[in-house]
Write a protein that binds this ligand. Structure first.
Ligand code: MCN
Length: 789
């Protein structure tokens, strides 16, 4: 049914924004429990050390300190180690080397910030003061922070069961074919590419409030989670904190996550356990400094790559060797990021028959690394799109021409790295972006900039990514420890309003609006009659949560399935009550009608009929509420072309992004305004990665970029007005035809920026982030080589 004003395709303003912009959101730190105490963690100041002793006496003597708990007590109570839930097998058939990670370290600390003990006290200030008073004696060990150095002979060994710090040595594709393809090439482009380590920086830091009810032997955890049901499952099944039916996890309003709030961290585990130990509600909220040293970081790859081309510019072979830094411990999905979310996307938008990638994942004495917006796909896109632009320069071809020569044009297309692209029109996105960016007018703009003493450059990125992460059987076969379906329940109330209970979790993506839009469209109801319930394991039957831009393609599809069931029942009730054939029932104008007559029932009448059950068809169950689980048959494959135009000041290296154009294919678009907002946010993060963000450790493993004085986040003034466009193909894999949009901007934009800057300065040797200093150094190298000639 059409519902033009608020249905599919309408730019409906976000329903949730009223409470967010008036300060009425309810976040975890807003939760105040009776008898609440506060946790403060005693953290390692060393990157690598043995714990010799812990002296709690001074802290325990402070008035208002409830207890000081350590790792021996935690493990003594049977709390299990933190695990990585995705098993990756090395190419020699051996399992990955997962080192033990206790929520509170017992013998050894492995990164600055590793938790050693927790203080529970009456106030937050007191807890923090008392944590300072806990004396831990350490025996310092040498540390290693860089992925390649960690693999080097003689590097300090971080986990006993991971010799040489190697977690796995994994491959995908056919190496012999890739070698043969390169051997047959007329031209080979070869590059070393690093992908800088990032900190996720959601606006709301992580937080937990745990309560133990002794009489019921029941736990409640309020937490900043993107997936409360997964948290409950993991906390009960793996960490043994509480049985699943005795644990309620609530993720109320959550102020952004970007991946960092998928995982179950030491702090939540410890707060739950401490609430039982102390019989107090226990609250912990990270401050920004703590977030920098505890939130899982992202990216951090070092790669070498070779791409071969024939005389026509067609790719003959592609070989990639990557070392991925996973930090000190394996976080929940860490193993899957540099393997199944990265190397499987290395075919990009191109028809590459001969492809091989090798990935070694390593431990270092740094914060654990896991999925951060894009997770693996930005690393793949950056690598391919830097290679393509570089190859075009080396071959003397236009970057767009080289790409178009290699585009995939027939779907479904199976790549040699196990992905089956289902749909797309890469030419359409490229053409749309080139037109919107006025590529034809670039030479004139460059000449005009030159008159002002500025260097202007243009860079492309043609990205593809796999999101809508599922299907369960496929990910299970690849090592995932969970299924990746989604569930939903549609409840029509007796008064005809509708509640949608979903296992997806909204923490900035506008689900309360878009999810309501598809219901308003289907049942032709005012959007205000529909409300969305999420984020509470006691309310929503089950769910796998929000990451991998899956809530549209998977979460909303589950709602569609449940709506199918509701509609079937509504038709039966209406046909019975209106004495008509089910085939003649239509749903429109907020009513359920007999086509071609004036016989109609309002939704409130249908609802009332279902719940009073006075006059239902024989054998029909009373009530009107249906649930569904949805497991798609494939990922979705958003794709597009991004074109970045920059102006560099050669005096200072300062670079301005003067124009950024995006043409995306997100399939059916439910709410263009929300989708544009998602693209804007992703672009800000991608441009941030390309130009300013970088986590830096010194050689001893001390975090240098531990505050916003040293870790540069992009601000509004650093970013241009984006020019965002859509050229869509329908996704055949889900009932709405949607592809995910939540990560695309962060995936596609970094190579476009670096390609533009390197074009401007005439030096291809530039790594992210392109800070003024890095750009200036690259410019000096150009001047030096010109002087030498
Ligand atoms: N949508 C749409 N039409 C489409 C695709 C999506 O209208 N064709 C809508 C959806 O209905 C939803 C929103 O766009 O309201 C994003 O949908 P989707 O792409 O499915 O992504 P998710 O909802 O699963 O969100 C996850 C994604 C990820 S993985 C990260 S990381 C990320 C992102 O979303 N983190 C975010 N966007 C974020 N935005 C904010 N504000 N905060 C974060 O932490």
């Amino acid at each position: 049914m059409a519902n033009g004003a608020t249905g599919i395709g309408a730019r409906v303003k976000r329903k949730e924004d009223k409470r967010f912009i008036t300060g009425k959101g309810k976040y975890t730190d807003d939760v105040r429990m009776e008898n609440q105490a506060y946790a403060a963690f005693v953290r390692s100041p060393h990157a690598h050390a043995n714990i010799k002793s812990i002296d709690k006496s001074a802290a325990l003597a402070m008035e208002g300190v409830v207890d000081v708990l350590d790792g021996h007590q935690l493990t003594g109570d049977g709390i299990g180690n933190i695990i990585c839930g995705w098993a990756v097998t090395s190419k020699d058939g051996s399992p990955m080397n997962m080192g033990a990670w206790s929520a509170l370290a017992t013998q050894k600390v492995r990164y600055v910030g590793d938790a050693v003990a927790v203080v529970i006290a009456d106030t937050q200030q007191l807890a923090r003061l008392a944590a300072e008073a806990v004396e831990v004696e350490y025996e310092e060990l040498p540390a290693v922070v860089k992925a390649d150095k960690s693999l080097a002979k003689g590097a300090p060994e971080i986990h006993e069961n991971a010799p040489g710090n190697l977690i796995y040595d994994w491959e995908i594709g056919d190496e012999a074919k890739a070698d043969a393809g390169l051997a047959a090439a007329k031209h080979i482009t070869e590059m070393e590419i690093t992908n800088n380590r990032l900190s996720p920086n959601p606006m709301e830091p992580r937080s937990a409030v745990a309560t133990y009810d002794e009489a019921e032997e029941h736990y409640t955890l309020y937490t900043t989670s993107q997936n409360p049901h997964v948290a409950r499952l993991v906390l009960s099944a793996f960490y043994n904190v509480a049985p699943e039916h005795k644990l309620r996890v609530i993720a109320p309003d959550v102020g952004g996550g970007f991946g960092a709030k998928i995982y179950i961290y030491p702090e939540e585990i410890t707060c739950l356990w401490a609430s039982m130990k102390t019989n107090r509600s226990v609250k912990w909220t990270a401050d920004r400094s703590e977030a920098f040293i505890t939130d899982a970081h992202g990216r951090d790859h070092i790669s070498t790559a070779k791409m071969g081309f024939d005389e026509n510019g067609k790719i003959t072979g592609f070989k990639v060797d990557t070392i991925a830094n996973l930090g000190a411990y394996m976080s929940l999905f860490s193993s899957s990021v540099p393997t199944y979310l990265y190397a499987t996307l290395l075919s990009g938008q191109y028809d590459i028959q001969n492809l091989h990638a090798n990935v070694r994942a390593v431990y270092t004495n740094t914060v654990p690394v896991d999925a951060y917006r894009g997770a693996g796909r930005p690393e793949a896109c950056y690598l391919i799109e830097r290679m393509m632009e570089t190859a075009a320069r080396e071959l003397g071809m236009k970057p767009a021409e080289l790409r178009a020569k290699n585009f995939i044009r027939e779907f479904p297309h199976e790549t040699p790295v196990i992905m089956t692209y289902d749909s797309g029109d890469f030419d359409a996105n490229l053409a749309q972006a080139e037109e919107a960016a006025d590529v034809a007018g670039f030479p004139a703009r460059k000449a005009e900039a030159a008159k002002r003493g500025k260097l202007r450059g243009l860079g492309y990125s043609c990205y593809i990514e796999a999101c809508g992460i599922a299907p369960s059987a496929a990910v299970g076969g690849l090592g995932a420890g969970v299924g990746l379906w989604e569930s939903a329940e549609v409840r029509v109330n007796p008064v005809g309003t509708i509640e949608i209970l979903t296992g997806s979790h909204s923490h900035g993506q506008g689900h309360e609006t878009t999810f309501a839009q598809i219901v308003a469209e289907r049942f032709d109801l005012p959007i205000d009659n529909v409300s969305i319930v999420h984020g509470d394991t006691d309310k929503v039957q089950f769910g796998m949560g929000t990451y991998g831009s899956r809530s549209g393609a998977v979460g909303m599809s589950a709602i569609v399935k449940a709506m199918d069931k509701v509609e079937a029942k509504v038709r039966k009730i209406a046909a019975h009550q209106l004495e008509a054939s089910e085939d003649d029932i239509v749903i429109e104008g907020g009513e359920v009608k007999v086509a071609g007559t004036d016989k109609a029932l309002g939704w409130h009448e249908i609802g009332l009929a279902a719940y009073t059950a006075h006059n239902l068809p024989p054998e029909m169950e009373p009530g009107l509420k249906e649930s569904a689980f949805y497991d798609p048959s494939n990922f979705t494959f958003p794709a597009g072309t991004y074109i970045c135009e920059v102006e560099v000041d050669p005096e200072t290296g300062r670079t301005e992004v003067v124009q950024f154009t995006a043409s995306d294919d997100f399939g059916t678009i439910i709410n263009p305004m929300i989708v544009e907002g998602q693209v804007h946010g992703g672009l800000a993060q991608g441009i941030g990665q390309a130009m300013m963000e970088q986590v830096i450790y010194d050689d001893d493993g001390q975090l240098i970029t531990g505050s916003y004085m040293d870790y540069t986040m992009p601000r509004a003034a650093d970013l241009p007005f984006y020019s965002v466009h859509h050229a869509s193909t329908t996704c055949p894999g889900n009932p709405l035809g949607m592809k995910g949009c939540g990560e695309a901007g962060a995936i596609g934009s970094p190579p476009a920026v670096i390609n533009a800057i390197t074009d401007a300065i005439g030096n291809n040797n530039l790594s992210m982030p392109a800070t003024p200093q890095n750009v200036w150094n690259a410019l000096q190298a150009v001047t030096a080589s010109q002087a030498a000639e």
